[in-house]
Write a protein of this length. Sequence first.
Length: 201
Amino acid sequence: MITKHTNPSGTVVNVTLGHGVELGSYVALGHGVKLGDRVTLGDGVMLGSYVTLGDDVRLGYGVKLGDRVTLGDRVILGYGVKLGDDVTLGDGVKLGDDVTLGDRVTLGDDVRLGYGVKLGDRVTLGDRVILGYGVRLDKVVCAGRDSRGYEFLAGFDTIRNENRIFAGCRDFSLAGARKHWAENPEALRKVEYLALELEAR
């Protein structure tokens, strides 16, 4: 269904709304926005131009999305989340409150980012990656998955001011990762690969 919507500045823009869409107060929609079925936008949400939201998406209070953002189905964004331009989130992604993603960030399916996580420009995370509270990464290096399906990745955490290794819901310093996976040759190879990549930067 194509409708016309007047944004707060009084400009009429073309948007496409699916069935069962709920819009909160003071929602601003840019030109060419497409909302899937059963989308809920909280109060004060601002969507840039050419944003596409899949079905069953929920955006909390004050969420701000840049231009050309694409969200898959069943995505949930907490209060105050900010996404830059050209961001793509897969199906089932959940971002906690106050998460910030830079431009050209891509997250795979079922990624979970905790409160206050910040990812810089051009960061790509595969499926089912979990990053906990307050992690801030400008660049990320991936080493693939282990036999359990955990994505091994590393980056420089600007809060802790050190390189960190992430796998599943685990978050280690480089020394801690080596100790934790000392008895698992497959995982230890991934940790050593990440350590070399981090040193090369």
